[in-house]
Design a protein around this ligand. Structure first.
Ligand code: FAD
Length: 445
C-alpha cells in the first residue's frame, strides 16, 4: 500500500529529523511529514547546540547528534564544539556550545534523511488522527494536493507541541503560563571585541562578574584567529526600562544572532496567540535593532541580516507519559534503568511574566538520564513522543528542551519505533534491549 509505512514521523525539526533518520537506518520504511519546505525546525533559528557536555566536562550526547556536528563541520557549517567557557557560579561549571550556520544544517539534515531512505513529505500539515480501540493507526494531512490519510505501524510525534498526541486524544499538560517566546535575529557589521570592552567597563552592557554574563572565544567559519563566539549579559537600550538580558552567538566575523526580545502571555497552541506573537516580536526586533545602532558602542553601523522562520517557542503541550520527569530528577542527576538519553543543561526558565530568567544548576555539574517511559503516552498505543513535548514537568522541561537532548531523544524514539515492526506497540518495547542498541550505535545512554 503506497500510504502505509512502518514508521511515520510528524515534525522534521531538531528531534524529528534525527528520529526519522534513526528509524530508516534500522530498516523501517519511514515517512517524515513537515509543515515547512525545509527540515531542521527550531534548530535553524540561529541558536548554538547547547548541552553536548555537562558542567563537569562529561560528554553526554553522542550518536546521531554527534554525527550531525561532524557533518556540519564537513560541509563548512561549523567549527565543532567550543569548550572551556565558564558559568560564573560558586562551583565554576564548564559552559560549552556548538555554533553552526543554520542554512548548512537545513542541507545536512535533508541529506542525512535522504541517504537513510526516508520519504519526505514537506509542505504538509498534520490535521487529524485515526484511532481504533485506543491505538493510533493513521493520520490525516493536508497540503497543496489536498487531504490524504497515511497509515503506519508506529507514529512519532516530533511536532514540539504534541499536536499528534493531542489529536489522538492522549492526555497532556500545558501550564496556565508558559515560558515567553522570542524571535531570534542575526545582525552583521558588529565590532564584537568592542562589546566585550563595554562589559568590562560596565558600560552599555551590564552584569560584569555576574554568573549569567559570559564571553567565550573560539574558532569561527571565516577566520582561524580565535574570535568571540558567545556573549551574554544585560543590554542597556533605554533610559526608562531595565536592561534587557541577552545571549548572542557568532559563527562568522562581525556577525551574531541575538536572543534578546520577549513576548509574554502566548499560548503556542492557540492560532490567534501565535499571530499576536509574530506581530509583537517583529516589532520588538526592529525596535531593538534600531536601539543597537543608536546606543551600543560597536554596533553603530550594524545591519539586520535575517530573522528566524517563526517565533521561538520554549514551552508548549507536554504529554502525560508512563513517567513524568521531575525537576528533582534533573537537579539530583537521577539515573533510570530505561534511561535512553542524557541531559545536562541547567534548568533554564524564561519567566512567563517577562522577569529575569531563572537558572537552577545540576548537582556537581553532572547529568541525568531520561526514561523511555517519558516518550510513551498514557492510554494511546502506536505512538512515541519526542523532543520538547515529552512527559516532563515545567521545571524539568527547562533542561530537556535543549537541542542536543532533543536529538538524543529523537534517536531513541526512531530506534524504538523501528523495533515495533511488524505489529508491536511502543509500550511492548523492552527498555534494556533498546538501550543496548543505542549504545552500540554510539549513543550515550
Ligand atoms: C528562543 C529560544 C532559544 C533557544 N536557545 C537554544 C540554544 O541556544 N541552544 C539549544 O540547544 N536550544 C535552544 N532552544 C531550545 C531548542 O531550540 C528547542 O527546544 C528544540 O529545538 C525543540 O526541538 P523539537 O524537535 O522538539 O521541536 P522543533 O525543532 O521546533 O521541531 C518541530 C517541527 O515540527 C513541525 N511541526 C509542528 N507542528 C506541525 C504540524 N501540525 N504538522 C506538520 N509539522 C509540524 C515544525 O515545523 C518543526 O519543524 C531555544 C529555544 C527557543 C525558543
Amino acid at each position: 500500500m503506497a500510504n502505509y509505512y512502518d514508521v511515520v514521523v510528524v515534525g522534521g525539526g531538531t528531534s524529528g529529523f534525527v528520529a526519522a533518520t534513526a528509524a530508516a537506518r534500522k530498516g523501517a520504511r519511514t515517512l517524515l511529514v513537515e509543515r515547512y519546505g525545509f527540515v531542521g525546525g527550531s534548530s535553524v533559528s540561529g541558536y548554538p547546540f547547547l548541552g553536548f557536555y555537562a558542567g563537569n566536562g562529561e560528554k553526554v550526547v553522542g550518536g546521531i547528534g554527534e554525527e550531525v556536528v561532524g557533518r556540519l563541520i564537513e560541509a563548512g557549517g561549523s567549527r565543532g564544539h567550543i569548550r572551556g567557557g565558564r558559568w560564573q557560579t560558586a562551583e565554576e561549571y564548564e559552559f560549552s556550545l556548538t555554533p553552526y550556520e543554520p542554512e548548512v544544517l537545513k542541507f545536512v539534515a535533508q541529506e542525512m534523511l535522504l541517504e537513510a531512505g526516508v520519504s519526505l513529505m514537506l509542505h504538509t500539515y498534520l490535521i487529524g488522527a485515526i484511532v481504533r480501540e485506543d491505538r493510533l493507526i493513521g493520520i490525516e494531512v493536508a497540503n497543496k494536493s489536498g487531504r490524504s490519510i497515511i497509515y503506519a505501524n508506529c507514529f512519532i510525534d516530533a511536532t514540539g507541541d504534541a499536536d499528534l498526541a493531542y489529536l489522538a486524544g492522549a492526555p497532556f499538560q500545558i501550564g496556565d503560563e508558559v515560558q515567553n517566546v522570542t524571535l531570534m535575529f542575526t545582525v552583521g557589521g558588529i565590532d564584537l571585541e568592542r562589546l566585550v570592552q563595554e562589559i568590562e567597563a560596565d558600560g552599555r552592557i551590564k552584569g560584569r562578574g555576574e554568573w549569567h554574563t559570559r564571553v567565550v572565544r573560539g574558532p569561527i567559519l571565516d577566520s582561524d584567529e580565535p574570535a568571540i563566539v558567545h556573549l551574554a549579559g544585560h543590554m542597556d537600550l533605554w533610559d526608562d526600562r531595565p536592561p534587557l538580558t541577552f545571549t548572542a552567538v557568532s559563527w562568522k566575523k562581525n556577525q551574531a544572532s541575538f536572543n534578546i526580545t520577549r513576548t509574554v502571555g502566548i499560548d503556542p497552541t492557540n492560532a490567534r496567540d501565535l499571530v499576536r506573537a509574530e506581530i509583537s516580536e517583529r516589532r520588538n526586533v526592529m525596535e531593538t535593532y534600531r536601539r543597537f545602532r543608536e546606543r551600543i558602542p560597536g554596533m553603530e553601523g550594524c545591519e539586520l541580516i535575517t530573522t528566524a522562520p517563526q517565533v521561538g517557542v520554549r514551552e508548549s503541550r507536554r504529554i502525560e507519559g508512563e513517567y513524568c520527569l521531575q525537576g528533582e530528577d534533573v537537579v539530583n542527576c537521577r539515573e533510570f534503568d530505561d534511561g535512553l538519553a542524557r541531559g545536562s543543561y541547567p534548568i533554564d526558565i524564561h519567566d512567563p511574566k517577562g522577569g529575569k530568567t531563572q537558572f537552577t544548576f545540576l548537582k556537581d555539574g553532572g547529568s541525568y538520564s531520561i526514561p523511555y517511559r517519558c516518550c510513551v503516552p498514557k492510554f494511546i498505543d502506536g505512538l512515541i513522543v519526542t523532543g520538547r513535548c515529552i512527559s516532563a514537568t515545567h521545571e524539568a522541561l527547562g533542561s530537556t528542551r535543549l537541542q542536543s537532548t532533543c536529538m538524543a531523544l529523537g534517536e531513541a524514539a526512531g530506534v524504538a519505533a523501528s523495533l515495533c515492526r511488524p505489529s508491536k506497540t511502543p509500550r511492548d518495547i523492552d527498555g534494556a534491549e533498546l538501550k543496548g542498541l543505542l549504545r552500540n550505535d554510539g549513543a550515550i545512554v
